[in-house]
Design a protein around this ligand. Structure first.
Ligand code: SF4
Ligand code: SF4
Ligand code: SF4
Length: 279
């Protein structure tokens, strides 16, 4: 269990606890409302400023332990997220209808900003998606409401495409939606991997495991290695098979989809001694 499951999970993962998935209820809290409003209504301008400040902060790397802890605390109170595999994404997306919340689809602001691409793969719960609608801009443009079934189908397609799912919180532990991300565009992965801010993208609850008996190394062109956003897979030329470095794995599961031999499965992070405390 990660720190947030212990604090907010009530026996399950923090993002599967129904209490944390009722954003309409969380909206009644003035602090949460204020964070949501600044996130949404700051809109594209805020994102550009964030990207600029992240870039500027890179100049100051490596951060001191104190500076990193301060950034993590800030992210906990405002906005951050955790990598999730498709199975958990589906469970998350089934809950908004229990609370009569709509799901809004928006364009990915990171891809627009970094790659000039228009891709609609961000989904947010009501009332956050309604705030985004008000902040219409060139980067995070709101598109339309989608049903939970559509959201799940879209996430399945994204997963097949190799995109990594990330459950986003506003003022921990309130879930505000699911993003389908990839490097080099994703600002949260960049903030985690380049700047080392853990709470931008906490590692998931799983680790990929490769069954060496099934792995034939894809004839020297390992598909799983190409699919991994986090550089967690190594290919042994000598043995002609791939191995996962559990200390680098984020547990997204997209490598599974790419394996023609179904050699990859996800196991609990807690069962892997070298990775169980790495979030
Ligand atoms: S967090 Fe991911 S899906 Fe959301 S805007 Fe950034 S790259 Fe796009
Ligand atoms: S090894 Fe697989 S599960 Fe782990 S981070 Fe890479 S793609 Fe995701
Ligand atoms: S994709 Fe599957 S078969 Fe290919 S190298 Fe990776 S684990 Fe082995």
């Amino acid at each position: 269990m990660c720190q947030y499951c212990v604090e907010h999970g009530q026996g399950t993962k923090w993002y599967l606890n129904p209490k944390n998935l009722n954003l309409k209820k969380a909206w009644e809290d003035a602090n949460v409302r204020s964070v949501l409003e600044s996130l949404a209504l700051g809109g594209p301008k805020a994102l550009v400023e964030t990207i600029a400040s992240v870039n500027a902060l890179v100049e100051e790397l490596p951060y001191s332990k104190d500076a990193l802890e301060a950034l993590n605390k800030m992210s906990e109170g405002a906005n951050g997220g955790q990598v999730v595999p498709l199975e958990d994404t589906i469970q998350i997306l089934k809950t908004p209808q229990k609370f009569d919340m709509k799901i809004g689809l928006t364009y990915c602001a990171c891809r627009k900003q970094w790659g000039g691409q228009n891709k609609m793969v961000c989904m947010h719960f009501e009332p956050f998606c309604d705030l985004l609608k008000k902040s219409q801009g060139t980067l995070s443009k709101y598109d339309r409401y989608i049903t939970p079934e559509e959201a799940i189908e879209l996430c399945k397609d994204c997963y097949k495409e190799g995109l990594v799912q990330w459950v986003q919180w506003c003022s921990m532990p309130n879930v505000i939606g699911i993003c389908n991300c990839e490097l080099p565009y994703c600002i949260v992965f960049r903030t985690r991997l380049i700047s080392g801010v853990r709470n931008a993208a906490i590692k998931g609850h799983y680790i990929a495991q490769i069954d060496q008996k099934r792995c034939d190394g894809c004839g020297g062109s390992p598909q799983c290695l190409l699919a991994c956003n986090f550089g967690a897979i190594r290919f042994s030329r000598l043995e002609q098979y791939s191995v996962v470095d559990p200390t680098m794995c984020f547990g997204c599961g997209v490598c599974r989809e790419r394996c023609p031999n179904k050699a990859i499965s996800l196991i609990d992070r807690e069962s892997v001694a070298v990775a169980k405390d790495l979030w």
